[in-house]
Design a protein around this ligand. Structure first.
Ligand code: C2E
Ligand code: MG
Ligand code: MG
Ligand code: MG
Length: 292
């Protein structure tokens, strides 16, 4: 009987996986049309300077408004897009849209800051990345220093030599690079030293519960110290509570990002958020009497 039950369960899971696979295949095909049908939209999440409290950047995050399923998370469709190669077109669309938007904010008189764009590993190894970016900057009129590329540690696994050279070429153009999700992937400390990066973004998994978890806080403290020795800025992503904000400020984290300040916002909500932002609010939290 036990075996039969086991078999039943096996078939049950088997069909679940089969359904999942079919759905993924369907989404993968639909992704190809989504660009043409203009179903993608960029949202922007502010990055805040831990000392001045000012908004000093925005991360562009893609959203897919699927005609039947509603909003599909990038965590779900970006991996599918990477499988099928559509990611190259998606990343290019994101780059274009983010640069155009940032230039338009500047022309509207908003404070100038870099827009951060996530670049998939697959795109990073494309020989036309630099010509594509050059063309987009020219067409949109955005200066290279107002574009920041976020790449994950895992990106370098494939070919460190090539990756480092690509980064150096981008740096030579005046574009800054951020190491995203730091601490979750391949992080050879000996390589870190060679990378021409400007910042490290601590993954949200290290921030969540940092005030109660002494192991997490020691890791974060060590990473911040290491980063500062290497003249890198440290950005904390996924800050959700005043306690986390206060704690990270104490550890001298340089920039802050998370739902505590704002979720990623579509235009024109993001513009309104920037114009209404009061940089003194975070100082009030930072100096408040919260026990951490
Ligand atoms: P990521 O680059 O590490 O982006 C941070 C993710 O954390 C975003 O999820 C953001 O909405 C979320 N987040 C920010 N603050 C908080 C917080 O306080 N709490 C919580 N729970 N979450 C927070 P999102 O937008 O769903 O994106 C997921 C991942 O998908 C991104 O991780 C990135 O790897 C990828 N992605 C997003 N947009 C793009 C894109 O335009 N191109 C590429 N290639 N990848 C993208
Ligand atoms: Mg990112
Ligand atoms: Mg990240
Ligand atoms: Mg992350």
């Amino acid at each position: 009987v036990a075996k039969e039950q086991g078999d039943g369960l096996y078939h049950f899971y088997d069909s679940l996986i089969e359904n999942q696979r079919e759905e993924n295949m369907r989404l993968e095909n639909e992704l190809k049309n989504a660009l043409l049908e203009e179903q993608f939209k960029l949202y922007y999440q502010p990055k805040i300077d831990a000392i001045t409290g000012e908004i000093i950047g925005a991360e562009a995050l893609i959203r897919w408004l699927h005609p039947e399923h509603g909003m599909v998370s990038p965590a779900k469709f970006i991996p599918l897009a990477e499988n099928s190669g559509v990611i190259l077109d998606i990343d290019e669309w994101v780059l274009e849209e983010a640069c155009r938007q940032n230039r338009s904010w500047q022309l509207q008189g908003m404070p100038h800051f870099p827009v951060a764009v996530n670049i998939s590993a697959r795109h990073f190894y494309q020989s036309n990345l630099i010509p594509t970016i050059t063309r987009i900057l020219e067409e949109t009129g955005l200066e290279p220093r107002y574009l920041l590329l976020e790449i994950t540690e895992g990106t370098l696994i494939k070919n460190v030599e090539y990756g480092v050279r690509m980064m150096e070429d981008l740096r030579a153009m005046g574009i800054h690079i951020s190491m995203d999700d730091f601490g979750t992937g391949y992080s050879s400390l000996s390589q870190l030293d060679r990378l021409p990066i400007s910042e490290m973004k601590l993954d949200r998994s290290f921030i969540q519960g940092i005030t109660q978890d002494s192991r997490k806080s020691s890791i974060v403290r060590a990473v911040i110290e290491l980063g500062h020795h290497m003249d890198l800025r440290i950005v904390a992503e996924g800050i959700e509570s005043p306690e986390e904000l206060k704690y990270l400020t104490k550890l001298e984290c340089d920039q802050l990002q998370g739902y505590l300040f704002s979720k990623p916002l579509p235009e024109p909500k993001f513009t309104r958020f920037v114009l209404e932002w009061d940089s003194t609010t975070i100082n009030a939290v930072q100096s408040s009497q919260i026990n951490t």
